[in-house]
Write a protein that binds this ligand. Structure first.
Ligand SMILES: CC(=O)N[C@H]1[C@@H](OP(=O)(O)OP(=O)(O)OC[C@H]2O[C@@H](n3ccc(=O)[nH]c3=O)[C@H](O)[C@@H]2O)O[C@H](CO)[C@@H](O)[C@@H]1O[C@H](C)C(=O)N[C@@H](C)C(=O)N[C@H](CCC(=O)O)C(=O)O
Ligand SMILES: Nc1ncnc2c1ncn2[C@@H]1O[C@H](COP(=O)(O)OP(=O)(O)OP(=O)(O)O)[C@@H](O)[C@H]1O
Ligand SMILES: N[C@H](CCC[C@H](N)C(=O)O)C(=O)O
Ligand SMILES: [Mg+2]
Length: 487
């Protein structure tokens, strides 16, 4: 039990009805999960208004209501607190509820369009190998030291974040690396957290369904740096067009990383191969299993962060050469016939372009590149024609297929993709609605030496159609095809 008055500390309150000196059980924002003596926080959501469920929450046992608008009918014995912003209040209360875990160890946030999972996961690996207990909050999974939990979001809601941070603290974790998505920032899921550092990867086209304009998307990302404390570091990719902008108003210590421009942390690429990349960091040569220029950006951010957090340069570089690629990020298998299949989570135009350029860069002869790709339903529609254009332009053959159509018609998504294919590339494209069949088609088309890129789903192990998720795994599918074709 916690006292409501204590967990309201630092919340901007407009009005109170009832007594705040009451003991409360849990902090809950979904009326369906209310238990006796819980506090219900009513959020004005994207699809419904949580204020509509205040009555329901009380009937299930809520003892206090945190809201932006008081209901007309207030019940005796219930405490009502009117706040400026319910999302902010929830986040501050969540931090107070768990006694502000983020202030007690180093929490580092990673934001940007692409590379968040890669950077956060590899930082987890690096610090773990260096002998520390580490935490991870990522799209792929949540790790509390070595205990794994399922991730439902890239950046979970504020109550979940603080619950995991508290578990980390209990487990003796010293560093936590977490992804900070634009939805997370906009919905104030990370408000009230004390970060030891913030990392900016890059900014390109994504989520323009949610954020009205690119400028708004950019400002939301910047807000993360605006609120970093003075004690934190703010590390930015200064080669990115928006790298400088992100740190414009931050109070944190500004640090930069780059491959091209002058920066505090710089890496040079010496050699690129399908099995890895040779890089030079301040004159020291390091071999990494990571592939692609974009991944060397990620690696530079990782090296810089480890240094900023106090690790020795030599130890960092030794561990860097042992880092394994993250699941579903440029993960590849080679069939007995010498066909390479690459599984990659590229689900934005920029990521797809980078991955295809990387493949084209490292291929050695006249091998064909066959790309299997789709675009998610109920997500930014303007990505569709762009991704189709890139796939067709940079591959010898592009097969458009389904990627989590969600509540949309899968064929309509493919039609919207096809619009982006230019006339001269049209003959290189094919649509195969069923993803399993699309992967099979690619495998049948491929000959020895050819490269198949299966993009968009990476580590995901499901296909979501009309709200139902059925098991689907790109790596599993392509492995099966390779085995079947062998017989
Ligand atoms: C669009 C979006 O971000 N939605 C998030 C948002 O839901 P919402 O605003 O739609 O919620 P709502 O259904 O309108 O409900 C409003 C409020 O009423 C409450 N409610 C609702 C019904 C009820 O019976 N009783 C009740 O109390 C809800 O609990 C909520 O507090 O708040 C919810 C609670 O925190 C999130 O789970 C939900 O994520 C949805 C599932 C989602 O798919 N989000 C994606 C887009 C997302 O956040 N993605 C980013 C990564 C993107 C990227 O960078 O690639 C992420 O960080 O994961
Ligand atoms: N630094 C980078 N710049 C551009 N593209 C990248 C970069 N890092 C990774 N990518 C591409 O983006 C894909 C997704 O990478 P990653 O999962 O690390 O990004 P993310 O930011 O976590 O994405 P999400 O928004 O879905 O959480 C990779 O599979 C790769 O194709
Ligand atoms: N975090 C991203 C993932 C997209 C992955 C793609 N497979 C899709 O389902 O659209 C999002 O929610 O937009
Ligand atoms: Mg991610």
């Amino acid at each position: 039990m916690k006292n409501l008055k204590d967990i309201l500390y630092k919340v901007s309150i407009h009005q109170v009805f009832g007594n705040t000196d009451v003991d409360v059980h849990q902090l809950v924002f979904d009326s369906r999960k209310i238990e006796k003596n819980d506090v219900f926080v009513a959020q004005k959501g994207v699809s419904v208004n949580g204020h509509l469920y205040i009555e329901k929450a009380i009937s299930l046992g809520a003892i206090a209501i945190i809201c932006e608008d008081f209901p007309l009918d207030k019940k005796q014995g219930i405490t009502y607190v009117k706040v400026e912003d319910a999302n902010v209040a929830l986040a501050i209360m969540a931090s107070n509820f768990y006694e502000n875990p983020s202030t007690k160890f180093a929490v580092v946030g990673v934001t940007g369009t692409n590379g968040k999972t890669t950077i956060a996961s590899l930082l987890y690996q690096l610090f773990h190998k260096a002998g520390y207990k580490v935490g991870l909050l990522s799209t792929v999974k949540i790790l509390v030291d070595e205990t794994e939990f399922k991730a439902t979001h890239t950046t979970p809601d504020s109550v979940t974040i603080n619950m995991y941070l508290d578990m980390m603290l209990e487990a003796g974790v010293e560093y936590c690396f977490m992804e900070v998505s634009s939805h997370g920032i906009h919905q104030k899921r990370t408000e009230g957290l004390t970060f030891a550092g913030g990392i900016f990867t890059n900014l390109s086209h994504d989520h323009l369904d949610y954020h009205d304009t690119f400028a708004e998307y950019r400002n939301v990302k910047k807000a993360f740096f605006d609120f970093l404390p003075k004690t934190a570091f703010a590390l930015t990719n200064i080669d990115d067009k928006n790298g400088d902008f992100m740190l414009q108003n931050t109070k944190a210590r500004k640090k930069t990383y780059a491959l091209k421009t002058v920066a505090d942390f710089k890496t040079k690429i010496l050699e690129k191969q399908l099995s890895g990349t040779l890089i030079s960091v301040d004159g020291t040569e390091v071999w990494t299993k990571l592939i692609g220029v974009f991944n060397i950006y990620n690696l530079t951010a990782i090296i810089a962060t480890a240094e900023l957090l106090g690790l020795e340069k030599l130890e960092i570089l030794t561990i860097v050469s042992q880092l394994e690629s993250v699941s579903g990020r440029f993960q590849y298998i080679i069939s007995d016939d010498g066909i390479t299949a690459i599984i990659d989570y590229a689900h934005t135009p920029d990521a797809l372009k980078n991955v295809l350029e990387t493949i084209n860069d490292i291929r050695t002869g006249n091998e064909k590149v066959i790309t299997v790709v789709g675009c998610g339903g109920d997500r930014d529609k303007t990505k569709r024609p762009k991704m189709a254009h890139i796939a067709a332009q940079l591959s010898n053959q592009a097969i458009f297929t389904s990627d989590n159509p969600r509540t949309e018609n899968a064929q309509t998504i493919l039609d919207e993709m096809e619009v982006g294919v230019s006339a001269e590339n049209y003959r290189k494209t094919l649509t195969v609605l069923d993803r399993k069949q699309a992967i099979k088609t690619a495998c049948k088309m491929a000959k020895t030496g050819d490269i198949i890129l299966i993009a968009g789903k990476g580590h995901e192990n499901y296909q979501e159609i009309n709200g139902v998720r059925t098991h689907f795994d790109d790596l599993e599918e392509v492995t099966n095809c390779f085995n079947q074709l062998k017989k």
